[in-house]
Write a protein that binds this ligand. Structure first.
Ligand SMILES: [Fe+2]
Ligand SMILES: [Fe+2]
Length: 297
């Protein structure tokens, strides 16, 4: 039986208690790892002696587009930190989590940049100019409240895990695949924590949580829209099947909605009405994914 905690301060208290447990579980599961162990430093050449040329890259155009998008997304970390802190910085435990998460995410950008630079996978000048441009745009979380942020980051962490993992598998570069698999393991643990928090929110306040979930499923996009050429690169990545609407539906939406038992759980009538709207949105996603499948080679 669900109960409704409609007062925001009670919901915040409930989620904070759950975060304490989830944070301890995260700290037990998370393993330390070191970027230098994943970077083939022996391949490094001074760029002053051997200037970069595209032909030096062993990655396909599609994988380059994907890995650049992934790295620039990781680079924009101060924007996400600020946005999440502004909305969820309720207490010390939230700040402890947020600082820990930020430190783990920063390692992803360090390791990926080193790997791509040392292996001459991408143009380092372009990458640096685009990092500057991306970070100068920052990240705007819009008018999301705490529940919407938790719903969004649950999806976004899983989407990032899938994007890294699929990029590695398509890369034909065992070293890059190993690094991206390592990063994906972190993203998975981040997803698990936010997924648990959102499960707690659904129990505590099903009406507000279902509304937050609906808003985030409808409006979902990766947090990289400020990256130069985002739309073009995202289209290249989608056509390569690394991350498209079908992948999003099958590897992000379905597993999360299944974990939260969104369509199986007992809900108060107001939340049921929101669930009906969600079903309509998912049916439309199915139709668009099917059209995409028919257009694919
Ligand atoms: Fe990351
Ligand atoms: Fe993450």
């Amino acid at each position: 039986m669900t109960t409704a905690l409609v007062r925001p301060e009670l919901l915040a208290e409930h989620l904070t208690a759950r975060l304490e447990t989830a944070l301890n579980a995260h700290l037990e599961r998370a393993q330390s790892w070191y970027p230098h162990d994943y970077v083939p430093w022996g391949e490094a050449r001074d760029f002053a002696e051997l200037p970069f040329e595209q032909a030096q890259s062993r990655l396909s155009k599609q994988v380059r587009a994907s890995v650049q998008l992934n790295l620039l997304t990781e680079d924009n970390l101060p924007g996400y930190h600020g946005a999440i802190r502004a909305v969820l910085g309720y207490s010390d435990v939230w700040r402890t989590w947020l600082d820990r998460w930020t430190a783990e995410e920063a390692r992803h950008g360090i390791a990926l940049r080193d790997y791509l630079t040392v292996t001459r996978a991408v143009d380092p000048v372009v990458l640096e100019d685009e990092r500057m441009a991306t970070m100068c745009v920052g990240f705007d979380a819009g008018d999301r409240d705490g529940l919407r942020v938790i719903a969004y980051v649950s999806m976004q962490e899983l989407a990032t895990r899938v994007a890294h993992r699929n990029t590695g598998r398509c890369s034909g570069d065992p070293g890059l695949e190993r690094l991206l698999a390592r990063i994906s393991t972190d993203e998975n643990l981040h997803m698990v924590l936010y997924r648990d928090l959102f499960a707690a929110a659904l129990e505590a306040d099903p009406v507000a949580s279902m509304s937050a979930l609906l808003a985030e499923v409808v409006g979902f996009s990766m947090p990289g829209t400020g990256i130069p050429g985002f739309v073009r690169r995202a289209a290249v990545v989608a056509r390569a099947g690394i991350y498209d609407l079908r992948v999003h539906r099958d590897q992000v939406l379905r597993p999360l909605l299944g974990f939260w038992r969104v369509f199986e759980r007992e809900l108060p009538p107001e939340a049921e009405a929101v669930r009906d709207e969600l079903a309509v949105v998912l049916a439309e996603i199915d139709r668009r994914a099917e059209r995409q499948r028919l257009r694919s080679p």
